[in-house]
Each structure stands twice: as structure tokens, then as C-alpha cells.
Design a protein around this ligand. Structure first.
Ligand code: GLC
Length: 516
């Protein structure tokens, strides 16, 4: 929530001012700088212009799957040669220094939002044929992490407004403005309620993609004009259950909306999955699409990944045994080559199915298995697994950290990957596990249902029930003993096509459909 005290006003304008002074730019020089530093996008006639608006993107900053999708889908679309793809995200202070140092400063201007008038600096960087823009305002983004602040609504309102304001500045009016999750919802809302009446913006079409319907951006209605700068006549677009709901607003305002798997697109019409938005989803179902995410298959490649103890291929898994041995040594587990390692790389929160796991894990640990957990999350789950690791040091390793190097060692060194989510819009980990020949066991929901087919490339169970899950785990553990059959399953998992190829084409079709 925003405060309207004069104190805030002062701090804000001071920060903005100092940032401006530091860069000693005036509007005039800015233009020149723009021309000089602006990366040259190869403009081929007929290329459609796509602008991704998101709160994070690999390789610059990532807190979850959203960032991976923004980084890898934009790259895949650019690689088709049919699109001029650009991505815009905030310039968080946590963006890795190695990148920040290479960013080009384009210039700055001021963004008006209700009574606020805020500094907005623009940086850019080109990678893999995609131009990334970074919105700079130290007052909003010079903080650790990306989210979780009392004024997140204000921060992302500023970001979204800047996205529209930056277009004339960089001379880029996209054909499709592709907004992701609630943090970018206001860009679609502002387009509809304000900017589309201006000639340069009138042909921009907004696509809104829901990566997780749980996080909707809900605020008090009092903030409608004062913070979000939305006129009362548009209140009905963003109002839901007597509050502002930005995700609802974007669904109403966009040309089309989509989610990250076909199954999830169906599920969110249902109250069980929709976190209160099912009515809105159903009412707008005529413009909803579900497109399964892909992953960056070059980045997750068991043949080349330098984080692994040894590289291997789907045609020759023999070195996977070295990965397993290395992992057991690293985690202090007995080096037993024939004991299956069941792993989880996950946020330790309830909807990832942790309730099911805690329910049956002691039973499971009676079997000849080893269990490896990696992730952080709710304190009670973290404590539970730490405690269990102390009691079963020979059988369970609990790594309560986020560590990307270790995650790759776990994906490659384990045999079975467990992902029993209660709901899962898409999920990328099950696909990554497959890429490393680790057979996933998933609950049939969302993208897990769409990507893992029983016995083709993994194991599945239907009901959110701990013993249904245990039954399937035991089935997999028993199948693991049949080396020949298991090798075939590993092969099928590792060779399942999780590249963006197919899904990028579906996005292309959707864009073209929107532009008709
Ligand atoms: C969110 C979802 C996850 C999805 C990712 C990328 O993190 O929870 O299921 O894979 O976004 O779309």
C-alpha cells in the first residue's frame, strides 16, 4: 500500500533527483544518448513486434519458473526469425553485477501516476537476438529480492506505467504486448483504459499469461485513483469481491489470456484451483488458451552440463552412475549403486504436495531407498526434514537451501524425481528431471498431467492422497530393479521433447490470431 505522506513524497523525489543527477541527463541529451546506445534491432519487413512485460527473467534475475519461461520463450521466438522480440523488467539491485556492467544506459524521463512523478531510467542489453530493457528507479527497485514489500502494488504500478511510457522513448510500439502475471497486469489495464485512445497505441494487442493464479495482486478499493490512477468509470474492470484485483482486471482488459498448460486452463475454471477467480475465468473462457511451457533444452543437457560429476547421453547412461556416486558422497549418504535415490527439488510449501510427503515418509524410509530434498519454504516443513535427516542420516539428506549447482547434481544423480503437487500450472522440474534420465512421479494436475504420461516417461497418480502416492512410489521402486526395463523408461524420459519448438509455434498461432 502506498502512503501519501509528504515524507514519502520527499524521499521519492529526492531519490529520483539523485538518480537523475548521477546520470546528468537532460531530456535533450537523452535523445542523443538514445540514438547512440540503443541496440540496433534488425528490422526485417513483416517481422511482428512482441514485447514481453514481466517481473523477472533469466539470466538476469530469477526467483522461480516465471523467469525461466520469459528468458527461454523470448529466445525461442526470436530464433524463428519471424519476430522482433523484446523483454522489459525492473532493474533490481539484485541483478547480477556481471550483467549490470554491460547494460547500456539509454536515457531517462519522468513517469506520472496519480499525484506521483517518478524518475524512470532505461537500460538495455541484447542477448540471443532479444533486446532486454530494464526500468530503473532506485526508490522502488534498489532493495534485496524482487517482492514481498508493503508497497509492491505501487512498485509494479510504476513499472507497468513505465512500460507504456517507454514506447515512444525507444520508438517501439509492439504488435503484441505479452504481459505475465499480476505484476504486469496493469500494463494491460492501462492500455485498455487510457493509452489505446492514442493513435500510436491503438493497434497494440494485449495478451495476459497466468503463471500462477494464486497470486492476484489484491488491494483496497481506496487505492483505485490515488495509487493506481484508474478513473472511477473503470472501477468495474478491476473490482472483484469489493477489492481491486489486478489479475481480474487484466483478464477483463486483455485481448486474450493464456495459462501455462492446457490442463491448468481447464482447472482454473473450477473453484478448487482458481483461488476465487473461477467465475471470471469461466466468463472469459472464450479468450483463454492453455499452452504448455517448454524448457531451455540447451541449458539442461546431460551431455554438456558442466555442473555434473560426469556427462552422459540418453544412448549411454553409464556415467549417470558416477553422478549418483558423487551425489551420495557429497551428501554423506552410503554409496549404494543399487539403492534408488528419490529426490525432490521444490519450494517446501503445502501446495507442492509436501503434506502428502510428510504423511508417508517414515513408511517409505523403511524400504531400501534414499531420499534427497532440496529447497526452502515454510518453517514447519524445513524443520520437519531437518529433524528427519538427523534421525535417518543414512537414508535422508535434507538440504534446506536454494542452490542451482546442487539442484543439477541432484537431477542428474538421482533415479526418481517426486513432484506430487496439489496444483501445478506447468512445473518445469519434472521436465528437467527427465532431461537427466531421472524418472518423475507426479500427481495428475496442470502441466504435470500434460507433460508426464504413465509408463511412457514417468509415473502418475490421480488423487491428492498420500497412500495413493506411496503406492506409485513403491511401484516405481520395484520397476527400478528391472534394469533393462528401467533403462528403456529412462531413455523415453530423457528423449521426450520438452523444447520450446512446439509451444513457441502455439504462441505464434495465438499472436497471429490476435492480430487478425
Ligand atoms: C509458476 C508456476 C509453475 C510454472 C512457472 C512457469 O512458477 O507455479 O508451475 O511452471 O510459473 O510458467
Amino acid at each position: 500500500m502506498a502512503t501519501k505522506s509528504s515524507d514519502t513524497k520527499k524521499t521519492t523525489s529526492k531519490t529520483a533527483k539523485s538518480a537523475t543527477t548521477k546520470k546528468t541527463s537532460t531530456a535533450k541529451t537523452t535523445k542523443k544518448v538514445t540514438e547512440k546506445n540503443q541496440p540496433v534491432a534488425v528490422k526485417v519487413e513483416g517481422k511482428k513486434k512482441i514485447l514481453f512485460v514481466a517481473s523477472e527473467s533469466t539470466p538476469f534475475i530469477a526467483t522461480g519458473g516465471l523467469a525461466e519461461v520469459i528468458g527461454s520463450l523470448s529466445k525461442a521466438l526470436a530464433a524463428t526469425g519471424n519476430y522482433d522480440v523484446r523483454v522489459i523488467i525492473p532493474l533490481y539491485s539484485d541483478i547480477k553485477r556481471e550483467y549490470r556492467e554491460k547494460f547500456n544506459y539509454i536515457g531517462n524521463f519522468y513517469v506520472h501516476l496519480a499525484w506521483r512523478n517518478q524518475y524512470c531510467g532505461i537500460f538495455s542489453y541484447e542477448q540471443d537476438g532479444v533486446i532486454f530493457y530494464f526500468i530503473d528507479n532506485e526508490f522502488y527497485f534498489k532493495r534485496p529480492g524482487c517482492y514481498g514489500y508493503y508497497d509492491d502494488g505501487e512498485r509494479f504500478a510504476f513499472f507497468s506505467r513505465s512500460v507504456l511510457e517507454v514506447m515512444p522513448f525507444i520508438n517501439f510500439y509492439p504488435d503484441v504486448m505479452h504481459c505475465h502475471d499480476w505484476q504486469a497486469a496493469l500494463a494491460a489495464i492501462y492500455l485498455k483504459t487510457n493509452y489505446c485512445f492514442r493513435p500510436e497505441y491503438q493497434f497494440i494487442r494485449a495478451l495476459f499469461t497466468i503463471h500462477n493464479i494464486e497470486y492476484q495482486g489484491q488491494y483496497s478499493l481506496d487505492l483505485l485513483c490515488d495509487l493506481f490512477d484508474i478513473y472511477g468509470s473503470y472501477q468495474h474492470l478491476v473490482e472483484y469481491n469489493s477489492a481491486i484485483n489486478l489479475m481480474k482486471g487484466a483478464i477483463e482488459c486483455c485481448e486474450r489470456f493464456s495459462t501455462v498448460s492446457p490442463r491448468y486452463a481447464e482447472e482454473i475454471k473450477d473453484a478448487y484451483y482458481a483461488h476465487g477467480l473461477d467465475r471470471i475465468v469461466r466468463n472469459n473462457a472464450f479468450k483463454l488458451r492453455g499452452i504448455l511451457n517448454g524448457i531451455d533444452v540447451d541449458g539442461y543437457n546431460c551431455a554438456t552440463d558442466s555442473h555434473l560429476y560426469a556427462n552422459f547421453t540418453p544412448d549411454d547412461f553409464s556415467n549417470k552412475a558416477l553422478c549418483k556416486k558423487g551425489l551420495q558422497r557429497l551428501l554423506g549418504l552410503p554409496q549404494k549403486p543399487d539403492t534408488p535415490i528419490i529426490s525432490m527439488v521444490s519450494r517446501l510449501v503445502s501446495h507442492k504436495g509436501l503434506d502428502l510427503v510428510t504423511n508417508i515418509i517414515e513408511e517409505l524410509l523403511q524400504d531400501d531407498v534414499q531420499v534427497v530434498i532440496l529447497g526452502t519454504g515454510d518453517a514447519h516443513f524445513e524443520g520437519f526434514f531437518r529433524n528427519l535427516a538427523n534421525r535417518y542420516p543414512e537414508k535422508l539428506s535434507a538440504n534446506i537451501v536454494f542452490n542451482s549447482d546442487l539442484s543439477r547434481k541432484i537431477y542428474s544423480g538421482s533415479d526418481i524425481f517426486l513432484m506430487p503437487s496439489k496444483s501445478e500450472p506447468c512445473g518445469l522440474s519434472q521436465m528437467i528431471a527427465c532431461r537427466y534420465g531421472t524418472v518423475p512421479i507426479v500427481r495428475e494436475t496442470g502441466g504435470l498431467y500434460d507433460s508426464i504420461k504413465p509408463l511412457e516417461n514417468g509415473y502418475t497418480f490421480t488423487n491428492y492422497n498420500a497412500h495413493d502416492m506411496l503406492y506409485v512410489i513403491r511401484e516405481a521402486v520395484s520397476a527400478y530393479k528391472n534394469k533393462e526395463e528401467w533403462a528403456k523408461l529412462m531413455y523415453r524420459a530423457a528423449t521426450t521433447d520438452f523444447s520450446w519448438g512446439h509451444s513457441a509455434k502455439e504462441y505464434e498461432a495465438l499472436y497471429l490470431d490476435m492480430l487478425k
